[in-house]
Design a protein around this ligand. Structure first.
Ligand code: ZN
Length: 140
C-alpha cells in the first residue's frame, strides 16, 4: 500500500517509538525489557517502573497473547474510519505481561471473547510503518 493511499493516523516515528515500529517492519514484535530486574514494559519509556533502572533491551516477544478487553466503535470519530465501522480496538495481554492496543484483524466484534488466544501478524501500511495486529490462534 502506498503512503498516499493510507489515510489513517500513523505513529510519530521518532525515538524509541520508531525503534518499536522498526522491529515490526522487520517482522519482529519486541518490547522493552529491563536488564536489571527482567520486567517487560510497553509503551516505550526510558526507566523501569519496577526497579528504577535505566538499563533495558529490545526483547523479542512470543507474539502470543489473549484478548484482555475491547470496545466496539459504531460511529467513527475520525474521518478515516467510517468505512470500518463497526470495529473493535482491543487491548491484547501478551504472554510476557505487557498489554498493547491493537486489532484482531480476522474477528468481527461480535465474536471477540475475553481470553481469546491471539497471535501477532504484521500489516505494512506505508513504506515506513508496519503495524502489529492480531489473528485468532489455537489455545495452547
Ligand atoms: Zn527493572
Amino acid at each position: 500500500m502506498s503512503e498516499q493511499s493510507y489515510a489513517k493516523p500513523l505513529p510519530l516515528m521518532r525515538g524509541s517509538t520508531k525503534e518499536f515500529y522498526d522491529h515490526c517492519k522487520n517482522g519482529e514484535l519486541r518490547f522493552q525489557r529491563c536488564t536489571d530486574c527482567g520486567k517487560w514494559r510497553h509503551v516505550p519509556r526510558e526507566m523501569c517502573a519496577k526497579c528504577g533502572s535505566w538499563n533495558w533491551e529490545w526483547a523479542r516477544s512470543s507474539g502470543r497473547g489473549e484478548v484482555f478487553t475491547w470496545t466496539v466503535v459504531q460511529r467513527a470519530m475520525h474521518p478515516a474510519f467510517p468505512g470500518d465501522v463497526p470495529y473493535a480496538p482491543a487491548i491484547i495481554q501478551m504472554q510476557e505481561g505487557v498489554r498493547l492496543v491493537s486489532w484482531v484483524a480476522d474477528c468481527p466484534p461480535e465474536e471477540l471473547k475475553m481470553g481469546m488466544p491471539v497471535e501477532v501478524i504484521f500489516e505494512r501500511v506505508t513504506d515506513e510503518v508496519t503495524l502489529p495486529k492480531f489473528k485468532r490462534a489455537a489455545k495452547r
